[in-house]
Design a protein around this ligand. Structure first.
Ligand code: ADP
Ligand code: MG
Length: 363
């Protein structure tokens, strides 16, 4: 073959391949669509891929907005605010099935954590007001507020779907679990819309839906009945570094039509400093002060975002080994960063890439 002919042949082949790639890309992914919002006290980003991506991302975003409207303690018309307004003991309050389910799940985590996870801390967290007007409350203010807390003072009646408080002045705050619940509902909505690939990010509360294949990869798999898995790669935020800085990257394998949640809790997320002391938003129910332990951040990896959310907040307040054991027992994985920049994980180390040399595995 003459050189000129060979060149023409190669160029034609490249062009044909490019056209096929674009055509297949359009067929299998269409386009991607990103919907950003501010909901549940955080920036939310929902990115869906495929031909129905616009509808899917918009519907999923309105599901999240609905969860906020119903379950935020800071929206006067929400169901939670309705409960919080009662403030009288021994008064059964009727609640929706969904809210009953969320509270029941939250109480399960209170039980398994010996009371560290506690959705009744609102009287105390309102004093700290970390997200609005942060301030250091006085000891007597904290002591007084603590008198109106305690998960053990909640009675749920499964049959009547009621909640009863055993103390006056009790109020609920679902801040440690509602984002997870919202991400789970949003994922269901994405799948209901026929979308096969999406990322839901509710302020670091991430849900990965489907496989991370390129359109061509998906096409080739379909034609040749192969399975060229391409894991999702998720950066783990470096504690106290600017948002978006990662100290490690984890690879997450996820199947078609299923989801994996990656949820992080950390002292660096919402805080203020006074007289050189850092005060953050995860409170020790026993003292009413921010929990001061060995952990700087906890990331939980697993199916349900609601469970991962509750587990991340719970684990933050535990000893590292106990936290790893609990998370494993619940069927989830954990990646914990301690204050000495050591990484403890139940994940296979081959799926964790440390990208900041200041950090290393604990063993
Ligand atoms: P983020 O909201 O930053 O994702 P978390 O999921 O860890 O963080 O939840 C922290 C929120 O949960 C706090 O802002 C507060 O509303 C509430 N909270 C604080 N301390 C506790 C606790 N011990 N148990 C349950 N909820 C808590
Ligand atoms: Mg949480």
């Amino acid at each position: 073959m003459k050189l000129k002919n060979l060149t023409t042949y190669i160029i034609s082949a490249i062009l044909a391949f490019a056209v096929l790639y674009i055509a297949v890309g359009n067929l299998y992914s269409g386009q991607k669509n990103t919907k950003t919002n501010f909901a549940l006290n955080t920036y939310t980003t929902i990115t869906a891929y495929g031909k129905d991506s616009k509808r899917a991302s918009e519907n999923a975003a309105s599901v999240v907005a609905d969860v906020e409207a119903r379950f935020s303690a800071y929206i006067d018309s929400s169901e939670i605010s309705h409960i919080n307004a009662v403030q009288a003991k021994d008064t059964p309050i009727h609640i929706s099935d969904e809210l009953f389910y969320i509270i029941k799940t939250a109480l399960d985590y209170s039980h398994i954590s010996g009371g560290l996870f506690d959705i009744t801390l609102k009287p105390v967290s309102d004093l700290w007001s970390i997200s609005q007007n942060p301030r250091l409350p006085s000891q007597s203010e904290i002591d007084k507020a603590l008198e109106h807390t305690g998960y053990e003072n909640i009675i749920l009646n499964e049959q009547d779907k009621t909640i009863t408080f055993l103390k006056d002045g009790m109020q609920l705050d679902l801040g440690a679990i509602a984002k997870g619940y919202g991400a789970d509902l949003a994922s269901e909505e994405i799948l209901k819309n026929g979308t096969k690939k999406a990322i839901i990010d509710l302020g670091g509360n991430i849900c990965l839906i489907g496989t991370n294949k390129t359109p061509l990869g998906a096409f080739l798999d379909k034609c040749f009945k192969t399975d060229n898995k391409k894991p999702w790669r998720i950066g783990i935020q470096t504690p106290f570094a600017p948002s978006g800085t990662s100290c490690a990257v984890i690879s997450v394998e996820n199947e078609d039509s299923s989801k994996t949640s990656v949820v992080t809790s950390g002292a660096y997320e919402r805080n203020f400093t006074e007289n050189g002391v850092l005060y953050h938003h995860i409170l020790n129910p026993k003292t009413g002060y921010p929990y001061n332990g060995e952990i700087e951040s906890v990331t939980i990896i697993g199916e349900s975002s609601m469970h991962a959310d509750a587990l991340s907040t719970t684990s933050f307040m535990m000893d590292i080994d106990d936290a790893l054991t609990l998370v494993k027992k619940q069927g989830y994985d954990a990646l914990i960063i301690d204050k000495d920049k050591k990484i403890h994980t139940t994940l296979d180390k081959s799926s964790v890439e440390i990208v900041d040399s200041l950090y290393s595995f604990a063993d």
